[in-house]
Design a binder for this molecule. Structure first.
Ligand SMILES: *Cc1c(COP(=O)(O)O)cnc(C)c1O
Length: 221
């Protein structure tokens, strides 16, 4: 099936309140253009350099989401245009995003990445660490970042009840954090669910799914 057909099929299954991020990492610009022509405007990349190059080549009404692990020294390259950073996993990174956003006179939306998987390879903070950031004085001083929700990745497993319990855990953490947020109405995004598990994620409360291979086909690294 074509990229357009894949996109249309997925979009038909998504409830209205769920946002689709088309994960285009490793894929050529021509594939992104095809998705763009089919109406897709939100793309997710996991490498800053690659996102910058694609941003330069593609239409400017695209919303670029950084979904990967972020190195602090590279934030400056995307600060002028990135619209949502999913993988904020500590306060140091948040401060750097704030500093670079200020240079562009922007406020950058961020998600706190929470570790819900049991694998050590998955990044993220605990609920307590996230709470500490939201309550800290330092954070209140950061005028150029906006924490709008959480992001999480489930364990890579066939065990559906484990995936379900991890997604449910993220939803519960989201609810707790929301009650401690200075502007609870701005705290609204739960980014969870990929090609293999997005339907389960939506059942568990996801408001944003990050789908790559089901749209663009398998990646050859
Ligand atoms: C690659 C990636 C995805 C998309 O994975 P698919 O299984 O291809 O849908 C989603 N989220 C993150 C953080 C990723 O790195």
């Amino acid at each position: 099936m074509s990229i357009q057909q894949n996109l249309n099929q997925i979009k038909q299954t998504l409830p209205e309140h769920v946002t689709l991020v088309a994960v285009s990492k490793t894929k050529p610009v021509s594939d992104l253009q095809e998705a763009y022509n089919a109406g897709q405007r939100i793309f997710g990349e996991n490498k800053i350099q690659e996102m910058v190059e694609k941003h330069d080549m593609l239409p400017k009404d695209i919303e670029w989401h950084m979904i990967g692990h972020v190195q602090r020294n590279k934030v400056k390259y995307m600060a002028g245009f990135v619209s949502l950073i999913h993988g904020v996993e500590n306060e140091k990174l948040l401060k750097e995003i704030n500093k670079q956003a200020a240079k562009h006179n922007r406020i950058i939306d961020c998600l706190l990445q929470i570790k819900i998987a049991e694998e050590d390879s998955k990044f993220g903070m605990t609920e307590a660490e996230a709470l500490q950031i939201l309550k800290s004085n330092d954070f209140t001083q950061l005028k150029h970042v906006n924490i709008v929700g959480v992001m999480g990745m489930a364990t890579f497993t066939e065990n559906e009840s484990q995936i379900k319990s991890e997604f449910t855990q993220l939803k519960t953490i989201f609810n707790t954090l929301k009650t401690h947020h200075k502007h609870p109405t701005q705290f609204k995004t739960i980014s969870m669910g990929m090609s293999g598990d997005y339907q389960m994620a939506i059942t568990c409360g996801s408001t944003m799914v990050r789908i790559g291979s089901s749209i663009f086909g398998v990646r050859n690294y």
